[in-house]
Design a protein around this ligand. Structure first.
Ligand code: GRF
Length: 204
């Protein structure tokens, strides 16, 4: 069974979309573990409600060692794919090397727009509205040494209306995130993704 570890920091609505898609049979995967860098993340409760193992690490306690701790866990559990979903810590070191092209992230914009340092949560949508873009959306990409810089797997676009406030755009984008992330996990779990340098090719 294809095993997935989901990393969270907050509410976990993307985690919930993956849980729902596993339970519906759309995803032939097992969520092996949920790991949070905040003990207060509601996503931990979502995991518990669905009898999924969950672990919370305090950033204060683990700091730079967080990625090493995560590596120990995912290797011990033979995790095939790591999914960062609303996860705010930066992954680094051996974890990125040993899990090259096996870590994916969901970002709430059409990368390379509105991404990188400081671009998370509502900041992303505020920047899109202030810039005056007519479309925004979400991106699922592989995680590499940079911030939001890895090869792009899936993008879904939404319209931006001149009357939008950040919260309205966030809601519209989040709906697409909940489609794009499970779709990307499905393609990867079915071996349909080829990474050719920066380009990701989906096999028919
Ligand atoms: C989402 O917009 C996601 O794109 C970003 O974090 C936000 C919260 O996600 N990375 P969730 O509701 O905790 O899954």
């Amino acid at each position: 069974m294809f095993k997935v570890a989901v990393l969270i920091s907050g509410g976990g609505t993307n985690l919930q979309s993956v849980i729902d898609k596993v339970q519906s049979g759309y995803l032939n995967c097992k969520i092996e573990i949920v790991i949070s860098d905040s003990e207060k993340a509601y996503g931990i409760e979502r995991a518990r409600q669905n009898k999924i193992d969950a672990l919370a690490f305090s950033k204060k306690q683990y700091g730079d060692k967080l990625s090493d701790e995560i590596l120990k866990i995912v290797e011990a559990r033979d995790v095939d794919l790591i999914v960062t979903a609303g996860f705010l810590s930066i992954l680094k070191g051996d974890l990125l090397k040993k899990y090259k092209n096996r870590i994916i992230n969901i970002h709430p914009s059409l990368i390379p727009a509105f991404c990188g340092k400081g671009m998370y949560g509502l900041n992303v949508h505020r920047a899109a509205i202030e810039y005056g873009v007519k479309v925004s959306g979400c991106t699922v990409h592989f995680v590499d040494e940079g911030t939001d810089t890895g090869p792009i797997i899936i993008q879904k676009a939404v319209q931006v209306f001149s009357t939008d406030v950040a919260e309205e755009l966030q809601k519209r984008v989040l709906e697409q995130e909940h489609v794009a992330l499970p779709e990307a996990i499905k393609l990867i779990s079915e071996g349909k993704i080829i990474v050719d340098l920066r380009r990701v090719i989906v096999k028919n």
